[in-house]
Design a protein around this ligand. Structure first.
Ligand code: GLA
Length: 332
């Protein structure tokens, strides 16, 4: 059942946690159930990211709908499910998530199109550009064998969409697979992605409108085969959590710290502690969410993949703490 275990603890002790019921959110969340939206439907937002904008959290994720199948002729477990586009949910308390519809629609029976349901559309992340006043979404676009390996970009005037797809790119002619997006306090934004056939990660500065990679990029964790980057900043330092590279099967996370986003990055080992820490509590990181108005409070958002029935995949959200630049994640 643990593969269906959902979410779980948010923050043990903060003002948000005591909203509504007078109890900490941790005490009010159920274990062992599927994360539901405010209509009582399972949330379909995998490989997710969250944007906080004007007092509202917007959750974006992969819609996985339909039968899972195994791509023949691969030397790894290439389980695939139709790509249903990108969903959006919103919340003001991190607990009640209202479905806001499909932020980016897929296309159907159009295999040449990046957004066709036969393609891979993964790990969407959204940031707001103050200069252009556009919401900018980046995502991993691929084909069934994962060799197309490009970053797709879409924009919208509204956080919930609809997003207009602008196309896909190989940044500096390099592969892009698992990715995240980071907007820094100075307004600069960066794409962070597994590249070079998953061997090495790249961190690439985006253009001022956030729509194009620039030529400014660094190679990090060279030949370390890291995936699922999740980045956050605390007290002027950058933290980057990644997973190993074992497809949909869980493995040990690792994190690194840096004074400058372009490095050097110093590896620190596994942030997860306690039983099953070596497999990230059977999850894989998707995002680290800073709780608004609560400096130092973060939520590690993971996916609990069900590889043979991917649409049944669920989530694990855990409190993440930082003490003396050491990151710790427990699964209570
Ligand atoms: C890894 C990635 C996922 C997905 C699968 C495909 O788990 O992190 O986003 O691409 O591989 O097997």
């Amino acid at each position: 059942m643990r593969y269906f275990i959902l979410i779980t603890l948010l923050l043990a002790c903060n003002s948000l946690a005591f909203a509504n019921t007078g109890k900490p959110i941790a005490d009010t969340l159920e274990h062992g159930s599927v994360l539901l939206d405010t209509d009582g439907q399972p949330i379909n937002a995998h490989g997710a990211g969250v944007m906080y904008h004007k007092g509202i959290y917007y959750l974006f994720g992969e819609i996985k709908n339909g039968k899972t199948w195994l791509v023949p002729g691969q030397n790894w477990e290439d389980y695939r499910v139709p790509a249903g586009g990108i969903s959006c949910y919103s919340s003001t308390d991190l607990k009640h998530w209202k479905k806001r519809g499909i932020a980016l629609k897929p296309t159907v029976n159009d295999p040449g199109n990046d957004l066709d349901t036969s393609r891979v559309i993964e790990r969407p992340k959204v940031i707001y550009n103050e200069q252009t006043r556009k919401f900018v979404m980046w995502m991993h676009i691929d084909k069934n064998d994962y060799n197309y390996s490009r970053g797709g970009v879409a924009i919208s005037d509204s956080p919930v969409g609809p997003y207009q797809y602008l196309g896909s790119v190989k940044p500096n002619d390099q592969m892009l697979r698992d990715m995240t997006l980071y907007k820094d306090e100075d307004g600069k934004a960066y794409l962070i992605y597994s590249s070079e056939d998953n061997n090495t990660m790249h961190i690439c500065l985006l253009s001022d409108d956030y729509l194009k990679p620039t030529k400014t990029y660094v190679r990090v964790f060279e030949n370390k085969k890291r995936e699922s980057p999740a980045i956050f900043k605390h007290n002027g330092k950058y933290f980057l959590i990644t997973s190993g590279c074992t497809g949909w099967s869980p493995n040990a996370a690792s994190y690194a710290v840096a004074d400058n986003i372009m490095g050097p990055w110093t590896e620190q080992g596994n942030p997860c502690k306690g039983p099953n820490a070596e497999v990230t509590f059977f999850s894989q990181g998707a995002f680290v969410l800073p709780v608004a108005g609560e400096p130092g409070k973060f939520i590690f958002m993971g996916d609990v993949w069900n590889k043979t029935d991917l649409e049944k995949s669920s989530y694990l959200w855990l409190p993440l703490s930082i003490n003396d630049d050491k990151v710790e994640i427990y699964n209570p």
